[in-house]
Design a protein around this ligand. Structure first.
Ligand code: HEC
Length: 174
C-alpha cells in the first residue's frame, strides 16, 4: 500500500467515524426533544384512554340494595359515556334477552339472583303468579335474597320484551 492510500484510509475513517458520532448525538437530541411531546400526546389521546379503560374495566358488577345502582347500566367499551348505554342493541326475543341481560345474574346466581336451573328456588316465586313476577322484573324488586334491578338494569328494554323474558325464565325454571 502506498503512503497516499494510507493517508486516504486514515482520513476516510475519521470522516465516517465522525458522521456516525454525529448521527448518534442527533438521535439522542431528537429523543430528548420529542419524548415529552409523545408522552403528553399519549396521555391526552382519548382513544388510548378509552382503550385502557376498556381493558381494565371490572368483569362483573353488583347491585347493592338500597343504593343508587344506575351506574350498573351496561356501557360499551368506547367509554365515551352517555350515548353508550343507549346504543346497546335491543335483543329481539325473550331467550336473547335472557342470554344478553338477565343471564348475567340468573345463570350463576350473582348477587343472590335465583339461578334459572334452581327449580326449588323458583317454585315459590312462580307460585306468586305471573303478574307479580312481571311487576318485579319491570320495576325492580328488593327481596330477601338480594336486589333485582328494574328490567335487569336495561331500562331501555320494552315492557313486553321483559315479560316475554320472564315467561322464558319461568319455563326453564319450572
Ligand atoms: C344484577 C343482577 C340481576 C339481573 C341482571 C337480573 N336480575 Fe332478576 N333478580 C336478581 C335478584 C338478586 C333477584 C332476587 C331478589 C330476591 O328475591 O331477593 C332476582 C329476581 C328475579 C325474579 C323473581 C322476582 C320474585 O318476585 O321472586 C324475576 C322474575 C327476575 N329476577 C327476572 C329478571 C329478568 C327478566 C331479568 C332481565 C331483564 C333479570 N331478572 C335480570 C338479580 C338480577
Amino acid at each position: 500500500m502506498s503512503k497516499q492510500d494510507d493517508h486516504f484510509f486514515n482520513t476516510f475513517s475519521v470522516v465516517i467515524g465522525s458522521l456516525v458520532a454525529i448521527a448518534i448525538v442527533e438521535f439522542a437530541i431528537a429523543r430528548a426533544i420529542g419524548n415529552p411531546f409523545e408522552e403528553a400526546r399519549a396521555a391526552a389521546d382519548s382513544e388510548v384512554a378509552a382503550e385502557v379503560d376498556a381493558h381494565t374495566a371490572p368483569v362483573g358488577r353488583l347491585a347493592i340494595a338500597g343504593r343508587d345502582n344506575s351506574a350498573l347500566a351496561i356501557k360499551t367499551a368506547s367509554a365515551a359515556g352517555e350515548a353508550a348505554a343507549a346504543a346497546l342493541p335491543v335483543p329481539k326475543t325473550g331467550e336473547e334477552t335472557f342470554q344478553t341481560v338477565c343471564g348475567n345474574c340468573h345463570v350463576a346466581g350473582v348477587g343472590g339472583a335465583p339461578r334459572v336451573s334452581d327449580h326449588a328456588a323458583w317454585a315459590p316465586r312462580i307460585g306468586q303468579g305471573k303478574a307479580t313476577l312481571y311487576e318485579h322484573a319491570l320495576k325492580g324488586f328488593q327481596g330477601k335474597a338480594g336486589f333485582m334491578p328494574a328490567k335487569g338494569g336495561r331500562t331501555d328494554l320494552p315492557d313486553d320484551l321483559v315479560k316475554e323474558t320472564v315467561d322464558y325464565i319461568v319455563k326453564k325454571a319450572q
